[in-house]
Design a protein around this ligand. Sequence first.
Ligand SMILES: [Mg+2]
Length: 189
Amino acid sequence: MTATGAPTAAAGSRFPAESLARARRIKLLLLDVDGVLTDGAIVYTGEGTEIKAFHIQDGLGLKLLQKAGIEAGVITARESAMVRRRVEELGLAHLFQGFADKLAAYEKVLAGGGLQPEEIAYMGDDWLDLPLLTRVGLAATVADAVPEVKEAAHFVATRGGGRGAVREVCDLLLEARGLRLELLRNFLK
Ligand SMILES: [Mg+2]
């Protein structure tokens, strides 16, 4: 931390040293949908279905993460066919829809065995996410989260929900494992 309280970037990295240390142990990234994978807007069509917009850079980040052996999944209070479609498209390991009690979904993950709380990261943007954010090894949030969530988070992305904030967490997790540059090299051939 600096005198102003802002986190200090680790040497040779754009990420804070404390976030990198926490990120190094993460094996699963869980994400809220509305306000994290989207900008929070819920658009209704005349037919009564919902439309959500996802960011393409988040998509590649989540694919790279899985390539690196880090699983990902979503936990959302709402239910939407579009979320299912996006999760399937990205091949994410977990999809919990209709979980207003997000802790219940988290406990299902823990009950599945194999993972400790310090091996799980969660990214959320609102009060509903606080119970999870205060339990996981790496609590992440978006630039436009509510103030209480920003205060509870270990890592605050510079970008907002649905604007590439998830990609920043993916990059952080890859960098912590020393895999970000290696994966990047595959695109520079
Ligand atoms: Mg949300």
